[in-house]
Design a protein around this ligand. Structure first.
Ligand SMILES: NC(=O)c1ccc[n+]([C@@H]2O[C@H](COP(=O)([O-])OP(=O)(O)OC[C@H]3O[C@@H](n4cnc5c(N)ncnc54)[C@H](OP(=O)(O)O)[C@@H]3O)[C@@H](O)[C@H]2O)c1
Length: 323
């Protein structure tokens, strides 16, 4: 089978396809014919060698965690009735950029009727994370919510879920076309982060005392600037890093304004939580409460182009590889 492998840390070109033996399902495992793999921004960061101590990986390795496909074979102790079923699962961070994966049968989720394999793959990361963000910041009906970085896969699902819960959502993004697409997705207002007074515009669109909740998918100076738009007693989630680092919120200032600050560790979910929220995300998708946007797809042999597109900020929504 073909895989896309990171041969050494470096630019997208270090991601090359190679032939590997087909996997065999061990006891308790299944082999999946992979139809779609979600490609994450964080995978580009790890490939570039900036993963640091948080992502302990040494090339060569095959990236890829969230895969959707059909069960090809089962190992000892696994129901043969699973063969041919449409499923979605995680590989455990590595090995997903491949035509086939061997994974534990325990971690499979059935893809519900009405949800495509592409959408299921796109939801495996963003769905549970967005649900955890909404639960953790207690977003509910009538809340004013500011989502920073809404053009990415997580931002889009955050906007949809917050709207579905009755919140009023102000979305921050840049690029005329991306701003228009986000408005179509249901944000109540969109603000261009490249406008010099974007924080003031966001404050005006939020109304009242500002945002009850801010979800920062971007980090750095943009996330820190957004903090000025939070209402007293609000909740701020600083989980995003694509700008280069997490937003740093002064704890004294947060305490003075009664603001609760959360971070990436609050969305690093236990296996049980991840499974519960994955099932909920798939149910929400089947019911139409969320609809991930697959903005671009690439064949496995063009995995390097997928990474280059994400790093070049030339993507919208989820990016998938289609082995
Ligand atoms: N996906 C998940 O489920 C998940 C789970 C846990 C944590 N996270 C974290 O959440 C953040 C967003 O993840 P994602 O998967 O949604 O990523 P994504 O799909 O690649 O989206 C990245 C977002 O960040 C913006 N961005 C990219 N480079 C930027 C830069 N240099 N300066 C400012 N904005 C920039 C993009 O906006 P433009 O359109 O303007 O480029 C886009 O809105 C990441 O830090 C990720 O590690 C994500």
């Amino acid at each position: 089978m073909q895989v896309a492998m990171v041969t050494q840390f470096g630019g997208p070109e270090v991601l090359v396809t190679s032939e590997e033996p087909d996997p065999v399902a061990g006891p308790g495992e299944v082999v999946i014919d992979v139809v779609a793999v979600d490609v994450l921004w964080v995978e580009t960061m790890i490939r570039s060698g900036r993963g640091g101590p948080y992502f302990d990986v040494t090339p060569p390795y095959v990236p890829g965690n969230a895969v959707a496909g059909r069960v090809r074979s089962v190992g000892d102790g696994v129901d043969p009735g699973l063969i041919g079923r449409e499923v979605v699962t995680r590989t455990g961070q590595r090995g997903g950029y491949a035509e086939q994966v061997a994974v534990s049968a325990d971690g499979l989720s059935a893809v519900p009727n009405g949800v495509s394999l592409h959408d299921a793959a796109a939801l495996m990361h963003a769905g549970p994370t967005a649900l955890a963000l909404l639960e953790g910041t207690r977003i509910g009906s009538g809340d004013a919510v500011l989502v920073v970085g809404t053009s990415g896969e997580l931002g889009i699902v955050c906007v949809q879920l917050a709207r579905a819960r009755g919140a009023r959502v102000v979305a921050i993004a840049r690029d005329k076309q991306k701003l228009a697409r986000i408005r179509e997705l249901g944000a109540d207002a969109v603000v261009d982060s490249e406008q010099p007074d974007w924080v003031g515009q966001a404050r005006a669109a939020l109304g009242g005392e500002g945002a009850d909740v801010i979800l920062d998918n971007v980090g750095g100076a943009i996330g820190e600037a957004a903090f000025a738009a939070i209402a007293p007693g609000g909740r701020f989630s600083a989980h995003g890093t694509p700008s280069g680092r997490f937003a740093t919120i002064d704890p004294t200032e947060a305490a003075r304004r009664g603001v609760t600050v959360r971070g990436i560790r609050h969305v690093q979910l236990s296996p049980d939580e991840l499974q519960r929220l994955t099932e909920q995300a798939l149910t929400d998708a089947a019911a139409g409460r969320i609809a991930p946007v697959v903005g671009q797809t690439f064949p496995l042999v063009r995995a390097a182009d997928a990474h280059a597109a994400i790093e070049g900020r030339a993507v919208f929504g989820s990016t998938l590889l289609l082995p």
